[in-house]
Design a protein around this ligand. Structure first.
Ligand code: SIN
Ligand code: CO
Length: 371
């Protein structure tokens, strides 16, 4: 199945020759695919408070950008051409979208961001731009003309509410129809214009900047560093300027700060917590009428459990990280938890895991698998 998705390439060859390196057009990557939801269902999602949506209108150097949530009447006022509605994290609210994302498991879950969908009327586009992330652009219904360029001039137009390239020079062009897919590594300029009413599904990835990782690590260290001692100056000499911070004072402070150290374990702990942290706008919905512990056990023994699509469960050996929290698995739990992290579902699990899974169920992090 992955072979079809990648146009006959094995995941190993795709990773070696294309991933993060060069674009790839794959005709009929998902045979029979024509999208996961109707325009009306997308309008409905865009009215929700808990769903991130955007509306982009315009072309050339005239663009209008609005953030959702929208009112149903907002869509009635729109022209027949040149607008795009974007809905972020479709995989959080639509199980079929989560299943589509699962096809991309040849990339580590820690790198995966979300599935975004766009609905565009003829001429609709978000303009020529580049992204800082890898992306797979899978065509749903209708047709979109994609132009791409590996140009080095990535200057952005001033005075427009979107990141639009000032000089876009197409080097390649394709018309994508239902089921076709275009893979783009970061920084490849692209410009997609809807030929007819069409939907495009973007499988996006996370790539934190060095600065974001460093800032995150410093915050993590703040909680784990505990150093002994206090500033001390038994050798204090009379200084001509009492208002001056002396060299001796600075070198003692430097020495104290140089005692901050970290190990590979600190890095692993930080990486697990950081990479499993959901985005700040993600909120979990605990079940309205949760089953009691006994009923939960009875049902899950029969049908198993699935991870809620918003949950991020990752591991390093027997150390597990779920939604920013860390814990160790007992030896007999490791294989089951690793399977849940890899496949997001688990048909059977050791009895010792019941309490932990029940806590996750009560928090809305995990669900009882449908029978
Ligand atoms: C779109 O779906 O219109 C935009 C997706 C992208 O360019 O990243
Ligand atoms: Co883009």
């Amino acid at each position: 199945m992955t072979q079809t998705l990648l146009g006959g390439l094995s995941p190993t060859r795709f990773l070696r020759d294309y991933w993060h390196k060069r674009p790839l057009l794959i005709r009929n990557a998902v045979p029979g695919f024509s999208g996961l939801l109707s325009p009306a269902a997308m309008h409905q999602l865009a009215t929700r408070e808990d769903v991130e949506s955007r509306l982009i209108q315009g072309s050339g150097s005239h663009w209008q950008f609005d953030h959702g949530p929208f009112k149903k009447s907002d869509f009635k006022r729109l022209p027949k051409t040149e607008w795009t509605l974007l809905v972020q994290s479709l995989n959080h609210v639509l199980p079929a979208a989560d299943a589509l994302l699962a096809r991309f498991s040849f990339i580590p879950h820690a790198r995966l961001d979300d599935l975004m969908v766009s609905y565009a009327v003829p001429g609709g586009s978000v303009g020529p731009h580049f992204d800082s992330y890898d992306v797979f652009l899978l065509q749903g219904q209708g047709h979109r003309r994609w132009q791409i360029s590996e140009q080095t001039d990535l200057t952005i137009q001033d005075d427009v509410p979107l990141r639009i390239l000032r000089h876009f020079k197409a080097e390649d062009e394709w018309l994508l129809g239902p089921g076709d897919m275009l893979y783009l590594p970061p920084h490849v300029a692209h410009y997609g214009v809807a030929e007819d009413a069409c939907t495009t599904y973007s499988i996006g990835f996370r790539a934190p900047t060095t600065d974001e990782l460093a800032q995150g690590f410093l915050m993590h260290l703040q909680d784990s560093v505990a150093l002994e001692g206090r500033y001390a100056d038994p050798d204090l000499r009379l200084q001509p300027h009492p208002g001056e911070i002396s060299r001796a004072m600075l070198s003692q402070i430097e020495g104290m700060i140089a005692r901050i150290q970290w190990s590979k374990r600190d890095i692993a702990e930080f990486a697990g917590c950081y990479l499993s942290e959901p985005k700040p706008n993600v909120f979990f919905n605990p079940p309205d009428a949760p089953l009691g512990y006994a009923a939960f056990n009875k049902l899950t023994r029969k049908s198993g459990v699935t991870l809620n699509p918003k949950s991020r469960l990752l591991f390093i050996g027997g150390r597990f990280f779920i939604n920013g929290e860390a814990f160790n698995s007992a030896a007999d739990e490791t294989a089951a938890l690793q399977q849940l992290a890899d496949q997001h579902q688990l048909a059977a699990f050791p009895a010792s895991l019941r309490e932990r899974l029940y806590d996750w169920y009560e928090a809305g992090w995990l669900e009882i698998a449908p029978t």
